[in-house]
Write a protein that binds this ligand. Sequence first.
Ligand code: HEM
Length: 548
Amino acid sequence: MATTISSFLHEDMISLRGNTLLAMFESYNLNTSTLLLYAVITFITLGVLTWTLSCPGGPAWKRGRNCIGFVSIPSPKGLPIFGSLLGLAHGLPHRTLASMAQTSQAASQLMAISLGSTPTVVASDPQTAREILTSQHFANRPIKQSARLLMFNRAIGFAPNGTYWRLLRKIASSHLFAPRKISAHEPARSLECTSMLNDITTEQSLHGFVVLRKHLQAASLNNIMEIVFGKSYNKVGDVDESMELQEMVREGFELLGAFNWSDHLPWLNYFYDPFHIKERCMALVPQVKKFIKKIINEHKLRGSVNLLDDSDFVDVLLSLDGQDNLSEDDMVAILWEMVFRGTDTIALLTEWVMAELTLNQGIQSKLRFEIDSFMGNKSTNNDYADITKLPYLQAVIKETLRLHPPGPLLSWARLSTSDVHLSNGMVIPANTTAMVNMWSITHNSDVWDHPFTFEPDRFLISAGGSNVDVRGNDLRLAPFGAGRRVCPGMNLGMVTVSEWVAKLVYQFEWVQDMGRPVDLTEELKLSCEMKQPLCAKVIPRNGASEMM
Ligand code: HEM
């Protein structure tokens, strides 16, 4: 009996446990499917809500801001609060914007989007780009938080259009970027290049390959230091000071190039700064001030000097008097900007050129033939500086600027100060940020044949091409911008890159290292750079005589 009761109890227990388990299992199943159902419903509701709440152009283009003209500005839908920000914060925004603009011809002319609360227009065709860049109502720039904190609002690039900015441009164009000033600094430029060539030879013999970028960056920094501060670390050899400057420039690049959400969503500033931009800028500025003020004081101690063509920029700024006189803090900002702008752009453009030449051996040989012929003729009255004018060399550099514009969105946008009427009937309202998608223009098959192929001949008149002017007069290829805020350093940039490429090609043959193939993937920071720095094998050319 006892056994029966116990076995009964046991059976009951089992069946009870079984039922509980079943119930649990069923409820678990129910919970999972309920959860899944909820997730799907939430997802769909959010999608529908977002779609419903999304408005043409996004939140910054409400109340028909894009329809002031008799032709309205095409406006892809943008999310509430963020607009198009989420899609553009990562990856390669110039490519994303280019495909957004492809939706219609009108959108390629101009497109209205919201970057958070910032109303923005993007031009992807030469005519609209010209009208924006050359408009007197687009002579200001929107200023990022990092640029303001790093003092750039007192330097040329971000100073608002007005007396101060005009004064700075005048000083820079007559004392820094005038052709005779650029020629006067030629010996220093050449010396930096020779030292770079030696370093490259050493690296090749030590490692069997060369990673070019660091050599170019060191040469550019030294070169600009010589022009701006009259000091080259190649000659002075102060390693600590050079490292300190390199580190400050690197940190500055990172801060200025970083995507800062609070530039477009100002309320985020109070609680979300994942890159610690504010904190890092505040830490960097005193270091920069200390470093540059020390150099200014060294110049002051030397006493006043007679300005010559190769005088450095600190001497120039110290010699200004009367109304042109600048405060020491303003000088720091201007000098810092020049070091900053002159380093990265030149190094990265030269790297792109050398990457294309390494990949395109036929083009490299053709270029070397041109340079060899020039060198063979040097007993004639050829000035070495004339090497920068060689037609094929120019064509190679232009083609690189077309295929890899260093500022694909022209880096620093413009801000409208009043309504701007375009010839196509669209009106851009005052206080709108404008970007020109130069990458989109230079990769448009309506503008360029075979836009994705590296073909320098397209710029060679003798090969049936056309000699396009890249200095802002032809908006099919304006990598230096255009209008009154066009890059003032473009001549210095072009001369330096031309000279260095000529010497790199003359002294070495550049071939791919098959273990580290050339990778042209882009990465957009402050400039658009090669994601994987160029790594190649160089073969010294025994026949190459020393270039001055
Ligand atoms: C290959 C080299 C370079 C490229 C591709 C380049 C590109 C640009 C671009 C696209 C702009 C904006 C133009 C616009 O808004 O229309 C700009 C502005 C500027 N660039 Fe360059 N740049 C180069 C070299 C240099 C150098 C070497 C310096 C000085 C040492 C320099 C100094 C500046 C300054 C100060 C501005 C601001 C001009 C203003 O707002 O008034 N750049 N650059």
